[in-house]
Design a binder for this molecule. Structure first.
Ligand code: CO
Length: 598
């Protein structure tokens, strides 16, 4: 017999409805879901925590306890990002322990624990804590393809996780690219190696071959398969629960679940699917076998396209696709999952735009220092020198990143209490993990994008694709704030409208209309020796210098956030800062003047 771990309340809507499913739309179907007899239901963790406080004005802790009250008979599971918990950076041990304690207390029974780099050291504290609070610890490894991610390596690491006290194991194929053969080999390898605890396979429909992989996983002796109800399924979601139940009926793997109940659930979620229609994205509905060629997860691909277009370099897409695997190799083959997918993707974009490792993000430096954990493969000395300089050995840590962090819980608790916002102990954790968004939520300042009774919302007009053809000459109209201007120009030209400069992006080259990309370069005062420009579009995070300050070549003038990564904007030479043209928090374009140097 094979059991199913249903993802409808977590990964399904995270994959196809931007994680926006509200608790009030889950509750009415809970008793039916509880009746099926699933092995477990994933309902919490991953992006659901962040999205609830950021976009839904919902307390994630209340969601968890509500769901447990309504589904008392099925074990509920959360996806726990090891020392990153439900966010993207490492937290100290005390925060991780408290979080797991309160998650258990609010109704979470099972914890799927994974680390983006498969660094088992980052999984020790969460696994032990789950055991201490009486929960079920599932040790999970991110599935990826690389010369070092062999079947043997996965089997060895799963053996270690069993020894570390895990109650079950999971192959986490977040990109949906596991092939039938690999699924079979890893699971069979684990069974042959004498692993006794149950093995779960988590995958997505993305490649189109996942159903076959699930079947081969069954042949190899898999114990649990991850699925979600067909109505919230798409191509980026999980294989459909009902289809899997039907496929295995009458075989030795039969789940024994009642198809009648599943059909009722399916009908309910069909209504939900249309109710949330404003969130439908065509790309999430289409199978994409290209993942089997370039091995870049779908979510990361769409990010790359978005980032390149933001930087006005949409035509560099193919180059970035070729550069990404090279960067990944230089980085020691991290699995491409948040946050490593972002690190690798942004560095690949930078390498294509500015030359290989000519610009290095601060996050790349942190990664090489070991602050995300130990990279899975070897990194060459040449790469370390390139990223961290000749004294790189002094900067690289060999301990667990959280070993360097001070306990934080009591400090955060005192802070929140002094603000009068600690209504329950869980609030301290919301604040500790998301100091800005969490605080806004606890203050009652968060706004729900929509509530259940406002749905369905009218679908926003399709965003028209910006087509860039660098040398395409355009004679046509420019629209600025509703007014049209006749122009004759080509893509990338600068125009001045109402005293402001705009850079032109060709929208529809065939029809000859253009759309300004506002605003362009700031006018520059005369009599200046040197300008410090922003190398790309982004937001100024910090300005560590002041007017009148003497700086040397290479000193940081400003820290720019671009593509969610921090970048130092450095001084091109020695001099004195005579003027600072931007403020912290200000958005800048490529070429904007940051400061003047004399
Ligand atoms: Co997933």
């Amino acid at each position: 017999m094979v059991e199913l771990h249903d993802q409808t309340f977590r990964d399904a809507h995270q994959s196809v409805l931007a994680t926006r499913l509200r608790t009030e739309d889950m509750v009415p179907i809970c008793s039916k879901m509880d009746e099926v007899g699933f092995h477990s239901l994933e309902v919490w963790g991953g992006a659901t925590f962040d999205v609830a406080i950021r976009y839904l004005n919902e307390d994630p802790w209340e969601r968890l306890s509500t769901l447990k009250q309504n589904m008392p008979d099925t074990p509920l599971q959360m996806l726990e990002r090891a020392m990153n918990i439900v966010a993207y950076r490492s937290y100290p041990d005390d925060i991780v322990k408290k979080f797991i304690y309160y998650a258990k207390k609010n109704g979470c029974d099972n914890f799927r624990i994974f680390d983006a780099l498969n660094d088992l050291r980052n999984m020790e504290v969460p696994i032990k804590t789950v055991k201490d609070v009486g929960g079920h610890a599932q040790g999970s490894l991110c599935y990826t393809i690389s010369p070092i991610h062999t079947v043997e390596r996965y089997v060895e690491d799963f053996k270690k996780l069993e020894k570390m006290g895990c109650d079950s194991l999971c192959i986490k194929d977040m990109a949906g690219m596991i092939s039938p053969t690999r699924a079979y080999d890893i699971i069979k390898g684990c069974k042959d190696a004498g692993i006794k605890i149950p093995i779960d396979l988590h995958s997505h429909n993305t490649s189109g071959m996942t159903g076959l992989s699930y079947m081969r996983a069954c042949d190899a002796g898999v114990d649990i398969l991850d699925t979600s109800i067909s109505s919230l399924n798409g191509s980026t979601g999980q294989p459909p629960t009902e289809s899997m139940v039907a496929a295995l009926q009458g075989t030795e793997f039969d789940t024994g679940y009642d198809m009648e109940i599943l059909m009722e659930i399916r009908e309910y979620f069909q209504k939900i699917w249309y109710k949330y229609s404003h969130l439908h994205r065509q790309a999430a509905m289409m199978v994409d076998p290209s993942v089997t060629v370039h091995q870049i997860p779908g979510g990361m691909l769409s990010n790359l396209v978005f980032q390149l277009e933001q930087q006005g370099a949409g035509d560099k897409y193919d180059e970035v696709l070729k550069e990404t695997p090279k960067v990944r190799k230089d980085f020691g083959y991290p699995p491409l999952v948040t946050p490593s997918s972002q690190l690798v993707g942004v560095q690949a974009v930078m390498n294509v735009l500015f030359g290989r490792y000519k610009k290095i993000t601060n996050d790349t430096k942190e990664y090489f220092r070991g602050m995300y954990g130990k990279p899975p493969g070897e990194i060459s000395e040449e790469m370390y020198v390139k990223i961290l300089g000749p004294n790189w050995r002094d900067e690289v840590i060999d301990c667990r990143p959280s070993d360097l962090l001070e306990p934080q819980y009591h400090k955060r608790k005192d802070e929140l209490e002094s603000m009068g916002l600690a209504r329950k102990p869980e609030d301290v954790l919301t604040y500790a993990i998301y100091p800005e968004v969490g605080l806004k939520f606890l203050r009652g300042e968060a706004k729900a994008e929509f509530t259940s009774d406002q749905l369905p919302l009218k679908k926003p007009e399709e965003v028209k694709e910006v087509v860039r053809r660098p040398e395409y000459p355009v004679a046509g109209k420019v629209r600025v704030d509703g007014t049209e201007y006749d122009v004759n120009m080509k893509d990338g030209d600068t125009i001045v409208v109402n005293g402001k400069e705009y850079r032109v992006s060709v929208l529809f080259p065939d029809s000859g209309t253009v759309e300004p990309k506002a605003p362009g370069k700031n006018p520059v005062a005369g009599g200046v020796k040197s300008e410090v420009h922003s190398p790309m579009l982004g937001t100024i995070l910090r300005i560590p210098v002041t007017v009148g300050q003497r700086v040397r070549s290479g000193d940081t003038i400003a820290v720019l956030e671009a593509m969610k990564m921090e970048n130092d904007i450095t001084s091109p030479g020695d001099g004195i800062i005579s003027s600072i043209r931007v403020k912290e928090g200000q958005d800048v374009e490529e070429g904007d003047v940051i400061a003047l140097l004399e």
